[in-house]
Write a protein that binds this ligand. Structure first.
Ligand SMILES: NC(=O)c1ccc[n+]([C@@H]2O[C@H](COP(=O)([O-])OP(=O)(O)OC[C@H]3O[C@@H](n4cnc5c(N)ncnc54)[C@H](OP(=O)(O)O)[C@@H]3O)[C@@H](O)[C@H]2O)c1
Length: 300
């Protein structure tokens, strides 16, 4: 299939380009910053907030799918940048929906567990949303416009993405590794529960879903639900670092800028039932992540 990947220089974007190219699909990669070499060639420049640019860039490619991983992803930074967040996460997706309609393509785009308030996780796809902050609210609004569009599009909620690739933003797992390597003590919350998701495994699952012609809203994340503190300890163990450097702390004590869903996590039954797909658990993901870090480093 011919696949446009938007956000192709980001963590998930790079993994999607890699997986899709390896499976023999024709991939056309776009991102805000151009020039990153990928397996599908250099990333082309595209700002999804610019409707004219989106139309001019995507229409001539005539793709079967537009795979959108681009987003304003900073949860704390979102609180002071609501307009910018909505421009990318809501209006950007609206622009991609228009390009999809014009070319007969289908859209796959990513949402988050931050659409939930974290009082009653793990959540299935039908659970009531109640975002606590600007980032989660923008993704909930995005889900609504995709649903209202009525096309056979795919919205995938995921969470706690980790992995490594060239020139990406840092993520929780890379931050933990860097601190432990520097023999720094870190304070990690014991009361934020979720399913850590290896980006490369998410890419594998997303690709299988689109190859099966998936449509609708699905939860896709790693198979195991743990606290951030447990996740950090598992990382330390897998990389041979001293777990005693990971100090337990509550979210209230840590005082992050944006509120987070605490008892989060996903029920992954829909993915198994409708696609026959099984995400990796933490042990197998950790082995793959170790190989990624050997190849690309941990960003230090
Ligand atoms: N990371 C997580 O834990 C997590 C959890 C749940 C859901 N998600 C969702 O999963 C998706 C992928 O996440 P990720 O961690 O791979 O994100 P990421 O590494 O931040 O990648 C996003 C990419 O989109 C680009 N981008 C930002 N604004 C853009 C614009 N206006 N036009 C075109 N490209 C733009 C970014 O460029 P710059 O770097 O130059 O801004 C970046 O290369 C996102 O939709 C995210 O909301 C992530």
């Amino acid at each position: 299939m011919k696949l446009v990947v938007v956000g192709a220089a980001g963590l998930l974007g790079q993994k999607l380009v890699e997986a899709a190219t390896a499976s023999g699909h024709t991939v056309i990669p776009f991102d805000l910053a151009s020039g990153l070499p990928t397996l599908a060639g250099l990333v082309h420049p595209l700002d999804i907030t610019d409707a004219g640019e989106v139309s001019a860039a995507i229409r001539p490619t005539d793709p079967a799918w537009i795979l959108n991983t681009a987003a304003f992803t900073g949860v704390d930074a979102s609180e002071a940048n609501e307009e910018k967040v909505r421009a990318v996460n809501v209006d950007g997706v609206r622009n991609l929906l228009k390009a999809a309609a014009a070319t007969g393509a289908r859209l796959m785009t990513l949402s988050t567990d931050y659409v939930f308030d974290g009082r009653r996780g793990p959540y299935d796809e039908n659970a009531l949303r109640n975002p606590l902050g600007v980032y989660g609210a923008s993704k909930a609004e995005m889900e609504d416009i995709v649903e209202k569009d009525g096309g056979p599009h795919l919205v995938v909620r995921t969470m706690v993405l980790y992995g490594t690739a060239p020139k990406i933003r840092t993520n929780f797992a890379l931050w933990v590794l860097r601190q432990l390597r520097a023999e720094e003590e870190i304070r990690v919350v014991t009361d934020q529960m979720g399913n850590p998701t290896l980006a490369a495994d998410l890419a594998r699952l997303l690709l299988a879903m689109i190859e099966q012609g998936g449509a609708g809203l699905y939860h896709v994340a790693g198979a195991d639900r743990v606290s951030r503190h447990e996740f950090a300890r598992i990382l330390a163990g897998a990389f041979g670092f001293d777990e005693r450097k990971i100090l337990p702390v509550t979210t209230q004590e840590l005082g992050q800028q944006a509120d987070r869903p605490l008892a989060s996590g996903f029920v992954l039954e829909g993915l198994r039932r409708d696609f026959g797909l099984q995400p990796l658990g933490l042990e197998a993901s950790m082995e793959q992540f170790r190989q990624e870090v050997e190849r690309y480093g941990d960003g230090t």
